[in-house]
Design a protein around this ligand. Structure first.
Ligand SMILES: Cc1cc2nc3c(=O)[nH]c(=O)nc-3n(C[C@H](O)[C@H](O)[C@H](O)COP(=O)(O)OP(=O)(O)OC[C@H]3O[C@@H](n4cnc5c(N)ncnc54)[C@H](O)[C@@H]3O)c2cc1C
Length: 285
């Protein structure tokens, strides 16, 4: 199944690794994380090489809803309680800088970048909204209580943060990637200090960035054994009502909304893989 992003963007192609190579920084994985690392390194004049097992953006990135926001859930009240206000403020600062950087690049690249208000709503718990608003105020983020009246169902409350953004992720990333040192169809199959074996040869490196989304390196905390995969779904609806803001339910099993042109992108149905969840059927219903 192709995503709406894939059918509306022109993908550049990259050759596979040809023989052995050497680089200062090897980046494994050509999704949004790997490509933006390669872009920042190249811009800073650092020699780097990105190895992608298949084709760039072919992982999670091609199916994202592509909302750019510092408030992707009711996160800040929890974060302050768990990690303290200073760390939560660092997180907000990082998110704010990222939005600014997307906005800067979004001006230069034809990627349907649009400023939108972002809403996180709760269907049943007004108290959570009140606590989140207080947390955001402590962190100096301008946010307000909102009714989320665009949604076709009642909510207990919502937090609105203005001046967030949405874009076309593949138009953006394909434009950024086209001048980067990338090898597609180059899967890293084995890693040793400063050397990576791939299906097409070896790459020697000084520094390594693993941007494979799910960690592939079975070391340093055994993360591949501790993590589990979570799946969620998005459908693009023609002829649905238009929606100006970007919306997400605070609950893990709730819905997400944004528009793209005349399409409504409706997300949800999430579940841990192997367990029963709402899936496509929930969204269609
Ligand atoms: C339905 C949905 C909606 C979302 N909506 C949003 C949103 O609105 N806003 C937001 O900020 N985030 C959103 N996200 C999350 C966001 O899309 C992901 O966090 C992001 O796309 C992950 O990018 P990535 O580069 O880390 O991983 P990926 O895009 O999965 O890229 C990893 C790459 O690594 C490659 N790889 C793996 N193993 C190897 C190997 N051994 N050698 C070489 N290459 C390898 C893979 O082939 C893949 O291309 C959403 C996610 C989903 C599923």
């Amino acid at each position: 199944m192709e995503s709406v992003w894939e059918t509306t963007a022109q993908k550049p192609g990259f050759d596979a690794l040809d023989g052995n190579k050497s680089t200062h920084v090897l980046i494994i994985g050509g999704g949004i994380a790997g490509i933006l690392c390669a872009y920042q390194l190249k811009t800073a004049g650092v020699d780097c090489l990105l190895a992608e097992a298949d084709e760039i953006c072919g992982g999670i990135t091609k199916n994202t809803t592509a909302k750019i926001t510092l408030h992707h859930g009711l996160i800040y009240d929890k974060m302050i309680r768990r990690f303290g206000e200073d760390k939560a403020r660092l997180y907000v600062e990082a998110q704010t800088k990222a939005i600014e950087e997307y906005a800067r690049l979004g001006k230069e690249i034809d990627c349907d970048f649009e400023w939108r208000d972002n809403y996180v709503y709760s269907l049943s718990d007004r108290n959570k909204i009140t606590k989140e608003l207080a947390a955001l105020a402590r962190l100096g983020v301008q946010a307000e209580s909102a009714s989320a009246h665009e949604l076709p169902f009642p909510v207990a409350g919502a937090v609105c943060v203005k001046n967030q953004a949405q874009f076309h992720p593949l138009k953006f990333l394909y434009a950024i990637a086209k001048d980067l040192p990338i090898c597609e169809h180059t899967k890293v199959t084995e890693l040793a200090p400063h050397i990576a074996k791939t299906n097409h040869g070896t790459i020697t490196f000084q520094k390594l960035i693993i941007a494979t989304h799910f960690p592939t390196l079975n070391k340093h905390g055994l993360y591949p054994l501790k993590l589990y995969q979570h799946r969620s779904y998005v459908i693009a609806l023609k002829g649905a009502q238009t929606i100006g803001g970007m919306y997400v339910d605070e609950s893990d099993t709730g819905l997400s909304f944004r528009s793209y042109g005349n399409l409504l992108l409706l997300g949800g149905g999430g579940h841990r893989t192997g367990k029963k969840g709402g899936c496509w059927q929930e969204l269609e219903a």
